[in-house]
Ligand binder design. Structure first.
Ligand code: ADP
Ligand code: MG
Length: 246
């Protein structure tokens, strides 16, 4: 029986990533095996420099591993050329960043529509409204980023990621720039997307409180998986991080 029995949104098989050459070479990831099941939320934790962002970038097809395989659903991204990989990223992957990365001159509606426009398509007005409503910003379409709170801006970024109905939503420290209350707002939204819409979410975080919203936590150290925790609690995650020196 193949592993396809479990519906994995993303699978990493023996993924390694080296940067640089010779004496200056850094191994950011070393033989990482893991998978993210559809409709679940996974947190990725580990000390600074442990390879979390590299793992996310490789899993999202934003970076190519030096060794090993990344599968998005059943598609091995090694078999794709640049054009095909760009298409896969546009259509099947959502990515959000700590710093939101919104266009300051565009209102929320135009920011959300931008990826589709860049792909040469015009989103229906209803489509943009729908994702804005989904993130609780149905009445903020005309606001520019500077007219919104950090939490609202991150929710616009989430709406922008959702417009293509991606198979998986990656988030690199999505609450890293937010205070406790707005973090909670964003985490609640990510959780609701998983629970109500069957979205797959993989998020890097430093914060045990954020990680406790996930179904599972993967711990990285020195570019390798150190262990994982199912149904994480804040206490269990904190304990594990203290052990890792993170
Ligand atoms: P984390 O997100 O856990 O802080 P990263 O994945 O950013 O860790 O980095 C893992 C390691 O790879 C670090 O030692 C970092 O300095 C190195 N690294 C990351 N990106 C690059 C790059 N583009 N060039 C050289 N080294 C890099
Ligand atoms: Mg990082």
């Amino acid at each position: 029986m193949s592993e396809a029995v479990i519906d994995q949104a993303v699978t990493l098989r023996g993924v390694g990533r080296q940067y640089g050459r010779g004496d200056g070479q850094v191994t950011a990831l070393d033989d990482v095996h893991c998978a993210f099941a559809r409709g679940t939320c996974t947190a990725v934790m580990g000390p600074s420099g442990s390879g979390k962002s590299t793992l996310l970038q490789c899993a999202a097809g934003l970076d190519r591993p030096s060794t090993g395989q990344v599968l998005i659903g059943q598609t091995d991204i090694n078999t794709l050329n640049e054009t095909e990989l760009t298409k896969l990223r546009r259509e099947r992957i959502g990515f959000i960043f700590q710093s939101f990365n919104l266009m300051p001159s565009l209102n929320a509606r135009k920011n959300v529509a931008l990826p589709m426009r860049l792909a040469g398509r015009r989103p229906g007005r209803g489509q943009v409204d729908e994702v804005l409503q989904q993130v609780g910003l149905g009445d903020r379409g005309k606001h520019r980023p500077a007219e919104m709170s950090g939490g609202q801006q991150q929710r616009v970024a989430i709406a922008r990621a959702l417009i293509s109905q991606p198979d998986v939503l990656f988030a690199d420290e999505p609450t890293g720039a937010l205070d406790t209350n707005t973090s909670r707002e964003v985490l609640k939204l990510l959780r609701a997307l998983v629970d109500n819409a069957g979205q797959t979410v993989v998020m890097v975080t430093h914060d045990p409180v954020a990680a406790a919203w996930a179904d599972r936590v993967i711990f990285l150290t020195d570019g390798a998986i150190y262990g994982e925790l199912a149904s994480p609690t804040v206490e269990a995650v904190s304990e594990q991080m203290a052990r890792l020196g993170g």
